[in-house]
Design a protein around this ligand. Structure first.
Ligand SMILES: Nc1ncnc2c1ncn2[C@@H]1O[C@H](COP(=O)(O)OP(=O)(O)OP(=O)(O)O)[C@@H](O)[C@H]1O
Ligand SMILES: [Mg+2]
Length: 484
């Protein structure tokens, strides 16, 4: 018999749990508050507690903290409709078994609960004790509700509770540095230094001296002794960025520090002992570098103890809306501008784009849109051309090409320059369906420019009013859509 304790103040949730877990294998108890749940705990001795984070009285997070004080091995799953990075990381760091975002789907909930019951049985055989950690409330600003990002938050929480070496990988702009800093901020060493070294930006000889320091006179120009980052970072966290670009000699030295905690300054022979946590990052496929013998295999395994693989933005498009909202708020605050919103069409364009530069590119797109937008809302035309597609082709050519003039006034040369530009856009992805897409955008643009005057709009477009009407109907353009 598996025992389940549900702590939730919503009776609807209690009823649905009773229905879902109405089985001879499960004995269920319910509590309507954290206090009630805590009181039930010693008699009922559940294998698993499932609890809401937002409740009247003491919060789910505080209840979790108290449960862990009573029994550090109690399995707890937190539920929240307000899944923020902060709660996800904090929950995992406090030792929650998992957390669920509401609304949850029932098969997934059942699977999670079955796994937790199994884990509870396995854990009865384990006697190790995980001490409770004191938490710092720190707003990290890593945005994401998508499934892959939830996995990342869980790993950050788990890594923060340990001192293990971590390797953060992912394409450029996916947030590797942000994650490294989050692991540090949430970890045991947050009061000690965090130093970052970009291994790709510093020439080899200088990189060694940057990391390990040098003795006076050890090479031309070394007029003074220098203490390197490893020494400065004693008891702290060292972020080795772009680790894939390190030369073999430096790789060997790093491996030695990881294995023995010692190194010598360049030109020195005195071993220096340090206690440094390493978080490494790279956007290069290290496995391939190992296979090509450009990266030491033994160092790779040492660094790869825990791997945080950041998904590219195109694989977590669910997060785009949230990120846009976050960047708008953040940038408007920084630039002291009035709060702006984004039109539905602009969001659509942002969601359709493939984001080779990931979150950094999105942030830059919003930054640029804020500068060029004129009203309260960001329009498709305020986005960079490659993102906006044909909607913006008329409004904003890339610098260097001739400025297009309103259709109808243009010369054939200008029209073909525009067509070339549009063709390149279509070629990148045939899904764009260039002809209907351009036609639709031209109709919208014409209606917008003429404040919906169909006679005027059809004249500009060089078609009859009847044809314009047919197009409006064909593309389902409504009054409000004309203001995209
Ligand atoms: N999930 C996120 N939420 C909010 N901001 C993010 C997120 N991911 C990345 N950013 C922002 O995007 C920018 C790029 O992030 P970061 O520098 O961490 O990327 P990176 O993976 O280290 O890139 P590179 O490989 O080019 O060094 C930063 O301004 C960062 O704050
Ligand atoms: Mg980086």
């Amino acid at each position: 018999m598996n025992k389940l304790l549900l702590i939730d103040d919503e009776t609807d949730v209690q009823y649905s749990f009773q229905r879902i877990f109405d089985s001879p294998d499960v004995e269920m108890a319910t509590a309507s508050s954290g206090e009630e749940g805590l009181a039930l705990l010693p008699q009922f001795k559940p294998d698993l507690v499932i609890m809401d984070i937002r409740m009247e009285g003491i919060s789910g997070m505080e209840t979790l903290r108290r449960i862990r004080q009573i029994d550090s091995k109690q399995l707890v799953i937190l539920m929240t409709a307000y899944g923020t990075t902060q709660t996800a990381i904090e929950a995992m760091k406090l030792g929650a078994y998992d957390y669920l975002l509401k609304p949850f789907d029932i098969p997934r909930l059942k699977e999670l609960v079955a796994n937790a019951f199994k884990a509870a049985r396995d854990m009865k055989q384990v006697v190790s004790y995980q001490p409770l950690l004191e938490k710092e409330d720190y707003e990290q600003g890593i945005i994401g509700r998508s499934e892959p990002m939830q996995q990342v938050f869980k790993l950050i929480g788990q890594l923060a509770a340990s001192d293990a070496t971590a390797l953060v990988t992912g394409e450029s702009g996916t947030g590797k540095e942000l994650v490294a800093r989050a692991i540090y901020h949430h970890g045991n060493r947050h009061q000690q230094p965090f130093l970052a070294v970009n291994c790709a930006a510093i020439p080899e000889q200088l990189l060694e001296s940057e990391l390990f320091g040098h003795e006076r006179g050890s090479f031309t120009g070394a007029t003074m002794q220098r203490v390197g980052k490893f020494e400065q970072c004693h008891q702290g966290t060292l972020f080795l960025d772009e680790i894939g670009d390190m030369t073999p000699a430096t790789q060997t030295k790093i491996l030695r520090v990881l294995q023995s905690g010692t190194f010598e300054r360049v030109g020195g022979n005195q071993p220096i002992r340090v206690d440094v946590r390493i978080i490494a990052a790279t956007n290069k496929p290290l496995e391939q570098a190992v296979a090509a013998r450009q990266f030491r295999e033994d160092l790779f395994y040492r660094l790869n103890v825990v791997r945080v693989q950041l998904p590219p933005l195109r694989e977590r498009k669910d997060d785009i809306r949230l990120l846009v909202d976050y960047f708008l708020k953040k940038l408007c605050r920084e630039q002291h501008c009035t709060p702006r919103s984004v039109t539905a069409n602009a969001i659509k364009a942002l969601e359709q784009y493939h984001w080779p530069g990931n979150v950094r590119e999105l942030e830059n797109a919003i930054r640029r849109a804020l500068v060029v937008s004129k009203g309260d809302a960001i329009l498709v035309a305020d986005l960079p051309l490659e993102i906006a597609g044909p909607a913006a082709a008329q409004a904003q050519p890339p610098t260097g090409s001739p400025a297009p003039v309103a259709p109808g006034d243009g010369t054939p040369g200008e029209a073909s320059a525009l067509a070339r530009q549009l063709f390149q856009w279509a070629r990148r992805d045939p899904k764009h369906k260039i002809i209907p897409a351009v036609e639709r955008e031209l109709v919208i643009q014409a209606l917008k420019e003429t404040q919906g005057n169909q006679v005027h709009a059809s004249r500009i477009l060089g078609i009859t009013r009847a044809t314009l009407r047919k197009r409006i109907e064909k593309f389902g353009i409504h009054r409000d859509l004309t203001i995209s």
